[in-house]
Design a protein around this ligand. Sequence first.
Ligand code: ZN
Length: 321
Amino acid sequence: MNVKRAILSQNNIFNMLKKANNNHRLSHAYLFYGEKGTGKKELAYALATILYCPNGGCLECNTCKNILNNNHMNIDYIGIDSNKTMISKEQIMALQDEFSKTSLVDGTRVYIVDGIDTASSAAQNSLLKFIEDPENQTPTIGIFLATDLSNVVSTIISRCELVHFDSIPISLRANMLNEEGIDLLDALLASILTNNVEDAGLMIQDTNYLKRKELFLNFISIDKAQDAVLFFANNVGFYSDSNELKILLSWLIQFLEDSNLVEKSNENLILNPLYDKIKMYSKKNKDCLNNKLEFVLSLFDKLKYNVSAKNIFHELIVNFI
Ligand SMILES: [Zn+2]
């Protein structure tokens, strides 16, 4: 959990919460919703720092550090257990039970329910009374996190202040990694594969990452059929793994989208460090760029339907070059 990074990318939300706190207008229940990787959980903890930090959420003092290390007595968090797909009614009951006890520390109590949209309607409804009237009457702020608002019961929605988390563009996520010293192309390639900045950072450290990148760069440079055949022979084993093929296709799709764009404008290319390659590729293939893009997208779809990766890789080699 990198709260500082999340605050940078969702600064308007952090400022809105700070302002609400300064004006004593914080809601007693928030529903943060938006795609995975948009920083909802991080901002929930950021809100807690705003509440308890003597400096209004500095992220540096001991209070802030305790909060960010999940070491603060007044904050309770429940999320989906790693071997489960949803929040259970038992977890919600345990949370309510915890709140029926008197806190050892004075002040507002915060509970975070990460994945409220995965809980059953009955489990969600059991929270309603709790939102309105936590049993021991201490001031309480509930923060609910959801990726799919349509799975949250309307009675919860109507009791919460809704805060939408915009998706963070690939280039912005990559720039954050770049500022931390990661090569921009690596940061971009990884950010294409995941919305989550931390996961992207980890992907670059994966033992297979360099090979993935090298093969992708080789692939987009192939312009003769015989080289394509050689590429197939050398790498068919590697790309029989559908995850590996998915990564190659994801990068290829972005490369083709950029190639389509490069004639129209030089800005807004995602894979900007590959500008020269994109420009050259676009020139050579200007009449068939759209066909190529559609073709690769169709292969990407096939991967979802359990068609063997080896066959799809073969199709790519035969029809793409
Ligand atoms: Zn602080």
